[in-house]
Design a binder for this molecule. Structure first.
Ligand code: ADP
Length: 388
């Protein structure tokens, strides 16, 4: 993979004057996804900004063409805060810099003083993904939903609210990436077309996270509010499992468009999922739908691949009907899904035409539809009726 951060900065430097003028802030390049932040203060007009954006995009696209790398995602955006600018000499020297975690911890500490309500003006929809219990695939659904939405051109963020067992570092392949703070704001990681933030990158992953309720809420609030999300169509929040105090308070901390509940088909799992649905409803949060994960097993080594109903496929759909909430779809158990999660490569789940990719596409389509309907119900978008 020749599409590295250093190569991107070199390309920007060779074909634009943005680097020389000190207007390039953060640059990340990971698995074919490139994210560039330019300093908004350096441009007098929107036309100038657009010109710079086009030039930066052109530089990266030409670079990818030259290197033969697939450019899966490209985001050039403007930061209102003054970014720490990069130079050609600096490129690559930051990697693995010690003290990044300490810096983040101190930024987080400062943030404890703030008590402002969550303020995410650039985010159109905040969606919580919850589950009645752990291990049902809540994080898997949250990550794949986020990546699927990004692949359709939406601007997407994902926040790991599962502060007791953050999965995003592994599932999104963040392990070797460095935490970056600019002007006291955490800079999200840009991977698989998605902006991501997780407590798992701010603490020692091997140490147990022993949070008492208020500490957990505080940490979550900081991650939510002190991450520079920028403009987003969707911010997907992976909540902790269960309906305990922490999930409940987190759900209340955000102005949510709605929530998605993940469960497996078994009757015992449904009981937990019903509690999760009820929790959101009691908080006045619209349940956008239920996802049945591990719906059935696909033996991919058989030709054609064969499906086995292990846990009682369709159980979650019946539960959704009983509760009067939408059913968003079911995901199969596949080795590929488990492996791509462990490898931090969720984009691969959408590649090729497999039962998994088809199920994921269907899930994303249904999700988009439910969010649009929720928007209409909230009066944000009014349908027009024309009678001719
Ligand atoms: P939760 O967030 O509910 O605790 P995770 O999303 O972390 O659950 O999933 C638990 C484990 O199960 C992970 O290793 C994940 O890769 C695996 N997994 C989840 N859903 C599937 C699936 N449909 N097929 C294969 N493996 C899955």
């Amino acid at each position: 993979m020749a599409l590295t951060k250093e190569a991107v900065i070199t390309a920007l430097s060779g074909t634009t004057d943005l680097v020389d003028r000190g207007l390039v802030g953060k640059v990340t390049a990971c698995d074919g996804h490139v994210h560039i932040t330019l300093s908004a203060a350096g441009f007098d007009s929107d036309a100038e900004k657009q010109k710079a954006k086009n030039a930066a995009e052109h530089a990266v696209k030409s670079l990818a063409q030259r290197t033969g790398d697939a450019l899966l995602g490209l985001l050039v955006e403007f930061a209102s805060t003054q970014p720490r600018t990069v130079s050609l000499q600096q490129a690559g020297k930051d990697a693995g810099k010690p003290g990044a975690s300490a810096a983040s911890a101190s930024a987080s500490h400062n943030a404890t003083q703030q008590s402002a309500a969550p303020n995410l003006p650039g985010v159109k929809h905040v969606i919580a993904v919850g589950a009645g219990k752990g291990g049902v695939g809540k994080s898997t659904v949250a990550v794949n939903l986020a990546v699927g939405l990004a692949l359709r051109g939406h601007s997407v963020g994902i926040l790991d609210g599962d502060i007791y067992g953050p999965s995003l570092p592994t599932m999104l392949g963040l392990d070797s990436m460095q935490t970056n703070i600019i002007a006291n704001m955490l800079q999200p990681f840009y991977v698989h077309g998605v902006k991501a933030m997780t407590i798992g990158k701010l603490v020692d992953p091997e140490k147990p996270l022993i949070w008492r309720g208020p500490m957990a809420h505080g940490a979550f609030k900081q991650l939510l509010e002190q991450t520079e999300w920028g403009g987003l169509d969707y911010l997907i929040v992976d909540l902790p499992p269960g309906t305990g105090d922490v999930s409940l308070t987190m759900a209340q901390l955000m102005k949510l468009t709605g929530a998605v509940v993940v469960c497996t088909p078994q009757v015992v799992a449904q009981d937990d999922a019903v509690r999760a649905v009820r929790m959101f409803q009691q908080l006045g949060i619209e349940v956008l739908g239920v996802v049945e994960n591990m719906s059935y097993f696909v033996a991919e080594d058989l030709s054609p691949p064969r499906e086995y109903d292990l846990f009682g496929r369709g159980g979650a759909e019946q539960m959704a009907q009983r509760l009067g909430v939408p059913y968003l779809g079911g995901l199969p158990i596949t080795v590929a899904l488990r492996k791509n999660s462990d490898d931090g490569n969720p984009s691969a789940n959408y590649q090729g035409s497999t039962r998994l990719s088809a199920a994921l596409e269907q899930l994303v389509t249904n999700f988009e539809g439910q969010v649009a309907l929720a928007g209409m119900r909230a009066g944000a978008v009014r349908p027009t009726l024309t009678i001719s």
